[in-house]
Design a binder for this molecule. Structure first.
Ligand code: SAH
Length: 475
C-alpha cells in the first residue's frame, strides 16, 4: 500500500476519536467523516506498519445509519465524535465494543449470554411516560475556554487536538441555560473591557468559564477562571448573569427553573492545561450548589468531582445496588469511591460501608455528603485502594460481604485484585469506564474462580465512544 493509492472500502467500525475503520489489503484504514456501513472511495494519506490513514474522496453508498449532525460545528469540534451517526447505531457500536473485548481480552466465549441490557440516554422530560431516546442536553458541567481569534475575544470549544477556539455558545450536550450565560459573559467582556488570557504570552486575565447545573434542583454555579489574584468588575458580571437567568426563566417552556445560586472565581496563574487552580473565592451566593442523584443529596463546589450525567448515573448506580443484593446485614467496601456517590447509595441498604479514595479533597466531600444525608454507617479512608485495603483487612480480618470497584480507565491494580481474591466476598460489583481494562481484570480474576454472572451497559457520554459497564462477578 502506498500514499495516494485509491481504494473502495466498506466502513465497519469507529474509533474512540470517531474515525471510521475499514480494511484494504488486509490493513485497517482510518478515515475521518465516514460512518459504519458506508461504502467509500478513499485516498491513502499515510501508511504505517499495520494500519493506514485515508481521506474520504467520495461516498459511493451511504450507510443507513447516517444522520445530519444537530450542531453546526460537529465536524470541527473536539467534543462529539458521533453526531453523524444515529443514536441507535451508536448504542449498537458501544454494545459491540464491550462484547468484543470481553471475548478477545476477557476470554469469555459467549458474552452476549450475560448481557442484561444496553441503556441509552432518554429525554429528562416531565412526561416520563413519553420518554424517548435523547442523546443531547445531558451534561451538568461545561467548561468554555476563552481566547482571542482575529483580534477579538471569543468563548467556545477547542477544535479537535488543538487549542484553537471555535466560537459557540450553545452546545447541545449541555444544559440550554449555558447559551444565556455565555452570551452574558461575552457582554461583560465587551462592556467592561475584560482582558483575555493568551496561552503563548501568559498575559491577560480571563481563562475559562465553568458552569454547573443541578438537574434536580435547578441550582446554577458560574465559575470564572482568571490568571491573576484579583477579580475585576464583579458587580457588572453579576448583573449580566442575573439578567441572563431572569431572561431564561421568563420563558416558561423550560423543564426546570434555574436559580443563580453561586458565582465564584478561581485563581489559576500557572502556564498549564489544567483548567482550575487551587483557590476559589465566592463573589455571589454560596460556595457550592446542591443536587440529587436519586434521593441522595450532594453538595458540589467548583472543584468537586461529580458525575456529569446525573440521570444515567442514578440508573447505573441503581443497577450496581441491585447487583450488590443487600439485605441490611452486609459489610461493603466501595473502592475508588470518589466523593462517595456509590458508598452513600449502598449505605442506605447495608450495615456498614467503607470507602477508599486517593484524592483527599474528594474524601472531604464524601464525608460532608454522608453528613448531609444523615448517614452514620459509612467510613472513608484516604489513600491508594491497593494499599489501604490489604492493611485494613490484615488488622481487622473481619468478613466483607460485597466489594464494589469503580476504577479510573486504567482499571484495578493487580495488588487490589489479589486482595479481593483473599477477602473472597460473596459478590464483586465492577463499575467500569473502559471495557478493555474491565475485560483484562475479569480475565485475571477468572484464574481464581471468579465468573462473570451478569452485566449492563449504560451510555453516560452520548455522542462520544465512551461507554460504562456495570458487572456482577461471583465465585
Ligand atoms: N464512584 C466515584 C467515581 C469513581 S472515578 C463517584 O461516583 O464519585 C475513579 C476514582 O478513583 C477517582 O475519584 C480517582 O481519584 C480514584 N483513584 C484513582 N486511583 C486510585 C487508587 N489507586 N486508589 C484509590 N482511588 C483511586
Amino acid at each position: 500500500m502506498n500514499k495516494n493509492d485509491i481504494y473502495e472500502v466498506r466502513i465497519e467500525d469507529v474509533t474512540e476519536e470517531g474515525l471510521g475503520v475499514g480494511r484494504a489489503d488486509g490493513m485497517a484504514v482510518f478515515v475521518k467523516d465516514t460512518a459504519p456501513g458506508d461504502l467509500a472511495k478513499i485516498k491513502i494519506v499515510k501508511v504505517k506498519k499495520s494500519y493506514a490513514y485515508g481521506r474520504l474522496e467520495e461516498i459511493i453508498t451511504p450507510s443507513s445509519s447516517r444522520v445530519e449532525p444537530v450542531c453546526s460545528v460537529a465536524r470541527q469540534c473536539g467534543g462529539c465524535t458521533l453526531q453523524h451517526i444515529s443514536y441507535e447505531s451508536e448504542l449498537e457500536l458501544k454494545k459491540n465494543k464491550v462484547l468484543n473485548v470481553l471475548r478477545r481480552i476477557g476470554g469469555i466465549e459467549e458474552p452476549e449470554k450475560y448481557l442484561e441490557g444496553v441503556y441509552g440516554v432518554r429525554r429528562p422530560a416531565k412526561d416520563e411516560a413519553s420518554q424517548e431516546y435523547c442523546p443531547y442536553r445531558y451534561r451538568n458541567k461545561m467548561q468554555f475556554p476563552v481566547g482571542i481569534r482575529e483580534g477579538k475575544p471569543v468563548l467556545g470549544f477547542y477544535a479537535g487536538r488543538t487549542h484553537d477556539i471555535i466560537p459557540i455558545s450553545d452546545c447541545y450536550i449541555g444544559h440550554d441555560i449555558n447559551k444565556n450565560i455565555i452570551e452574558a459573559v461575552a457582554s461583560w467582556i465587551e462592556k467592561c473591557n475584560i482582558t483575555v488570557y493568551d496561552e503563548n504570552t501568559g498575559k491577560g486575565l480571563l481563562r475559562h468559564v465553568l458552569t454547573r447545573v443541578g438537574f434536580e434542583t435547578g441550582e446554577l454555579m458560574v465559575c470564572i477562571v482568571i490568571s491573576g489574584r484579583k477579580m475585576v468588575r464583579e458587580k457588572e458580571l453579576i448583573e449580566f448573569l442575573r439578567k441572563a437567568v431572569e431572561e431564561y426563566s421568563s420563558d416558561n417552556s423550560n423543564d426546570i427553573d434555574i436559580k443563580l445560586t453561586s458565582v465564584v472565581y478561581n485563581i489559576n496563574t500557572k502556564k498549564t492545561n489544567k483548567i482550575l487552580g487551587d483557590e476559589t473565592k465566592v463573589i455571589y451566593g454560596s460556595e457550592y450548589i446542591t443536587d440529587y442523584i436519586g434521593n441522595t443529596r450532594f453538595a458540589i463546589s467548583a472543584q468537586s468531582f461529580y458525575q456529569v450525567n446525573p440521570i444515567q448515573t442514578e440508573k447505573l448506580y441503581g443497577k450496581a445496588l441491585e447487583y450488590a443484593g443487600l439485605t441490611g446485614d452486609e459489610t461493603v467496601w466501595d473502592m475508588y469511591c470518589g466523593i462517595g456517590t456509590i458508598s452513600l447509595f449502598l449505605a442506605k441498604k447495608a450495615r456498614k460501608v467503607y470507602g477508599v479514595e486517593i484524592v483527599p479533597q474528594a474524601i472531604e466531600d464524601a464525608r460532608r455528603n454522608a453528613e448531609l444525608n444523615g448517614l452514620t454507617n459509612v467510613e472513608f479512608y484516604v489513600g491508594k485502594a491497593e494499599e489501604v485495603v490489604p492493611r485494613w483487612y490484615e488488622e481487622i480480618n473481619g468478613s466483607i460481604d460485597v466489594v464494589v470497584v469503580d476504577p479510573p480507565r486504567k482499571g484495578c491494580d493487580e495488588k487490589l485484585l489479589d486482595t479481593i481474591v483473599r477477602i473472597n466476598p460473596k459478590k464483586l460489583v465492577y463499575v467500569s469506564c473502559d471495557p478493555a481494562t474491565l475485560a483484562r481484570d475479569i480475565k485475571y480474576l477468572s484464574d481464581y474462580g471468579w465468573k462473570l454472572s451478569n452485566y449492563s451497559i449504560y451510555d453516560q457520554f452520548s455522542r462520544s465512544m465512551h461507554v460504562e459497564t456495570v458487572t456482577l462477578l461471583t465465585t
